[in-house]
Design a protein around this ligand. Structure first.
Ligand code: MN
Length: 370
């Protein structure tokens, strides 16, 4: 099987750093979206892909074993270096084989297969909202706009061991495979993604156009895509003995900041809402953030990054913010964790307190389920 590849990563329009990374090193392809304060996100996504790449050159290990080693490496670095404590990353990777790919996946980056005019998501998002959809609490439409939609239930590097989703994906000529970070899927609909994949003459053109589309839609997060296209072996000469791939892409990789997609979208809504209701809208918004180094309840929205002051502190708890930020679920607390209302905000503070106590006690669910 011959595969042609394209890849691209972009900081987007809002973030200060690119915490995404990609790997396009045939027969191995991957995207990773880092999480964590300071430079943690960048370090995590790059380190995970470095480990994956090193192993591809010598490896007898399965892809899932490589992913678990990458997990351990990120976890150990995060334990050893206080600057990057609590960092983690998503990882969606494929290894091209004779008649398809082996896919390994952790987090909320995604793999899609475009075949015969239909686009199918191959991976499952390891997010709180995906779980809520599964249990019927919310619909998929509600999940797309849910304030907690980027809270991960599983990530690489946040625990000593990680459960890795794996599958074999048989491929046929003409198939296109897309790996992408949530900076694409958060901005661009699946219909648009499909249209771009179908209209592009090469995987690299598709990659560049997908990035452009996400930026045109707001580029709220870092955007990373890898596109693979299965070509006919016979039609073009493939290098002898290379069953895998001919990729025309630069080697890794990307970089950058946080993953809280949400706030820019909220700001846009507020600006729109402001035309009608002004202040009343802000007063109805609640979130949990950090004040004076402690977990705090805010009213309004955390838009300080845009130079606006659209919130005020309602309550400062005695829960240390560093304790919360060290848990994967609350790694983004400095950016604000959205709450439904006053009571929900206070409930989140209490949940954080409990989760910190559980993790201090060495409980198994350190930052696991909310
Ligand atoms: Mn992201």
């Amino acid at each position: 099987m011959r595969v042609e590849a394209g890849a691209a990563t972009d900081i987007g329009k809002v973030r200060e750093r690119n915490e995404d990374s990609f790997l396009a090193d045939p027969p191995l392809f991957a995207v990773a979206d880092g999480i964590g304060g300071h430079r943690g996100g960048e370090v995590a996504s790059q380190l995970a892909l470095e480990i994956l790449e090193q192993m591809s050159t010598n490896g007898k290990e399965t892809l899932a074993e490589r992913v678990r080693q990458a997990n351990r490496a990120v976890f150990e670095r995060s334990q050893a270096d206080r600057q990057v404590t609590g960092m983690g990353t998503t990882l969606t990777a494929v290894l091209v084989q004779d008649a398809g790919v082996h896919l390994a996946h952790v987090g909320d980056s995604r793999a899609y297969l475009l075949r015969a005019g239909s686009l199918r998501q191959l991976t499952e998002d390891h997010t709180l909202v995906a779980r809520m959809v599964e249990t019927g609490e919310i619909t998929t439409d509600e999940a797309e706009i849910h304030p907690h939609r980027n809270v991960l239930t599983r990530a690489l590097g946040t625990e000593p061991d990680v459960r890795v989703d794996e599958q074999e994906v048989p491929l046929i000529e003409g198939d296109r495979l897309l790996l992408c970070s949530d900076g694409l899927t958060g901005m661009v609909t699946e219909a648009q993604i499909q249209a771009i994949l179908e209209a592009s003459v090469s995987p690299q053109e598709a990659s560049d156009r997908l990035i452009k589309a996400a930026n045109r839609a707001g580029g709220v997060d870092n955007i990373t895509v890898v596109v693979l296209e299965v070509r006919d072996d016979a039609a073009t000469e493939s290098p002898a003995g290379d069953s895998a791939a001919a990729a025309h892409v630069p080697l890794p990789s990307g970089r950058t900041v946080r993953r809280s997609l949400i706030w820019l979208a909220v700001v846009i809504v507020v600006v729109a809402a402001g035309l009608f209701t002004g202040r009343a809208y802000l007063d109805g918004q609640w979130y949990v953030g950090v004040a004076q180094g402690r977990v705090a309840v805010y009213r309004g929205i955390p838009a300080a990054a845009l130079g606006l002051h659209l919130s005020h502190t309602v309550f400062v708890s005695d829960v240390p913010a560093t304790g919360a930020a060290a848990l994967p679920l609350y790694a983004n607390i400095a950016d604000g964790l959205p709450a439904k209302d006053h009571d929900d905000a206070f409930a989140i503070v209490e949940q954080i307190r409990k989760d910190i106590a559980a993790s201090d006690a060495g409980g198994p669910s350190a930052g696991g389920s909310p």
